[in-house]
Design a protein around this ligand. Sequence first.
Ligand SMILES: NC(=O)c1ccc[n+]([C@@H]2O[C@H](COP(=O)([O-])OP(=O)(O)OC[C@H]3O[C@@H](n4cnc5c(N)ncnc54)[C@H](OP(=O)(O)O)[C@@H]3O)[C@@H](O)[C@H]2O)c1
Length: 243
Amino acid sequence: MKDVEEFFTTNQKIDYCINCAAYTAVDKAETEVEKAFEINAKGAKNLALVCNAQDAILIHISTDFVFDGNKTEPYTETDIPKPISVYGASKLQGEVEIQKTLKKHFIIRTSWLYSEHGANFMKTMLRLAEIRDEISVVSDQIGTPTYAGDLADVILKIINSKNTNFGLYHYSNEGETSWYGFAKAIFESCKNSVRVTPISSTQYTTAATRPKYSVLDTARAKKVFNSIPYKWEISLKKAIENR
Ligand SMILES: NC(=O)c1ccc[n+]([C@@H]2O[C@H](COP(=O)([O-])OP(=O)(O)OC[C@H]3O[C@@H](n4cnc5c(N)ncnc54)[C@H](OP(=O)(O)O)[C@@H]3O)[C@@H](O)[C@H]2O)c1
């Protein structure tokens, strides 16, 4: 908290604070519960407190993993979150802390983020394809891959338009697929002939349970930010080209 306060007060007036920082090790969070909440809930609250004191707007990134995945149609902002993992619960608590502390906030829930930078599913698949002839990928979890570059564009749009419709938004690329479908599209986009085999979640057990279905309804973001997201397949091609 002290570091955040110091950063805000020793720099020029900060108008916007974009919080992309998070504890994102979904499986490890099941055993590092305190750490996950410390970063994802208390960390978010600290930023909200400082933004409130300094009259800054907080743009906070949250996740589709706040939902249990039992729906069969896209989740809206009014659907009741019900996390099924420690990571999801800690991210939801972060949202609650911000909502309690600071009026001037945009909480943007997004899903299945990837890009040409950092560590993410697309990069992992491309790395595995270099050392394997066949890759097994879960086909019974459905969501929407979202290119981080598109999310960044929407955030810039909010800032440049000085939008003050504060609140909670869902933003992802358009469409839906499984991790298996996403993997196949990654390899098709770069003409890699590695064999991809669909498997069920029960064949690929992880410490944390993932939602079976976590597609987000982006109607509110489209309307308020005047932004039509690209289809996920189109954005994937951009990411592949940019790598
Ligand atoms: N990846 C997804 O599929 C996905 C989906 C939906 C929402 N999100 C959300 O999107 C945001 C970005 O996720 P990401 O996938 O880009 O995660 P990421 O690659 O793990 O990035 C998280 C960043 O947070 C930083 N960080 C962690 N603990 C910190 C702390 N105590 N103080 C300051 N910085 C800290 C990390 O720094 P170091 O590198 O130094 O550790 C890292 O740069 C997160 O809010 C996440 O919950 C992600």
